[in-house]
Design a protein around this ligand. Sequence first.
Ligand SMILES: C[S@@+](CC[C@H](N)C(=O)[O-])C[C@H]1O[C@@H](n2cnc3c(N)ncnc32)[C@H](O)[C@@H]1O
Length: 443
Amino acid sequence: MVSMRSKLPTPALANLAIAVLLLALAVLGLKILNRISTHPELTSTSLQAFLLSYCLLLFYSARMKQPYQFYAVVLPGLESLAVQELTSLSAHNIQAGQGGVRFAGTLDTLYRVSLRARCMTRIQVRVGKCHAMMLAELQHHVANMAWERFLPKGCKVVVQASAEKSKLMHTDKIAEHVLAGIKDALGKRLDKEDGREQQVYVHINNNRCDIRVDASGERLDRRGYRLASAKAPMRETLAAAVVQWMDWKSDEALLVPMCGSGTLAIEAALMGRKMAPNIQHDFPFKDWDIFKEKAWLRVLEKTSAMAQDALANKIDVSDIHVGALTACKENAERAGVLADLHVQQQDVQKLKPAKDAKAGLMICNPPYGLRIEMDGIQFYRELGHVLRDSFVGWRVAVMCPDWKHEKALSLPVRRRLRVKHGGLWLDVLDVSSNDVWSKGEVP
Ligand SMILES: C[S@@+](CC[C@H](N)C(=O)[O-])C[C@H]1O[C@@H](n2cnc3c(N)ncnc32)[C@H](O)[C@@H]1O
């Protein structure tokens, strides 16, 4: 089956066509106004028809300006932070779902978001959507989608399927038929399979199929700097999300005790210095037919130019274990932010703010016994005492696995961010202090 999508107009050509049509409509509008003055009976119908076509054209032209539909996969719970991030990255039509956020934009949007998004796991691009209740129908629709724009010659296509509330529910069969549809569309182009792997996703909901290609390759949380690992490291995307959620700005003092391999501190330093987290990432879209080298280089250059030299205030980072501190320093060095961290060995139970230090933000990811063997409850109880005794006036975020630990911490919770991490739900508690702590009025 030969595809016809290559004959579809490119966004630039379509925009030109829209401009010409808008001009023609404007001329027509003037003519109508002219005739109305001499033939008043034309007024109502002519004006209605004119306005309707004008609105349709405006709607279509708005869509053409954002020709691609994207989907950002996020850890469940991080959707609203991803929405904020996408808004700040000038994405359009942003809509949060469960475990993902839809948005629209141009190829520039894809490049910008891919390089700069901190809390997203991967970005996918929609190839097409269709309605299907039978496998053959699905395969037929898939075969008519514009695969040649996304799948390079010789790539190995891997299809993943999910389905809910639909006639087609057998995900293996769905994936098989989507792959068959892609092969119908591309024929010999995929014969050799000597290129890189390219993931394709199909999600069916209420018989509506959304078919997307992966634009990220390796997950975006794998920034590449964390080669040295301490116990129970957290995903880089979650660390960045926590710093974003606490709205930390680089002029506020930041304390990261129990740093482990340094993920929280490194993500904060990258953020404080406006360094793009994925600048070294290997993106599969660079092999796609629609890839625009010039636009990519322009976005890359702009992104690199945003990075600032160093943080004005170093981030205070500590852990009780020397091994963790070594891992933290090695990782920070690889991430290019070692000079922004002040790393020292410190038992959190004896932690106090430096003399004359202004109150700032503290972010804690304590050991809690699920992946680290120790009495997590007792640890949280003691941490609660440390915070109440020495950190009144500070803003504090503490990661917490369940209500028993939260109860042991015994601090008033202002807000919570519930997120799924490593297959478990985790609460990030904002227990920022106020006068309540000093009076000992703890719930
Ligand atoms: C959950 S891990 C932190 C993981 C870290 N966020 C990461 O991504 O690698 C908890 C850390 O607390 C440290 N720790 C345990 N007891 C401590 C104590 N009394 N004082 C300071 N750090 C402690 C452990 O060495 C460990 O690195």
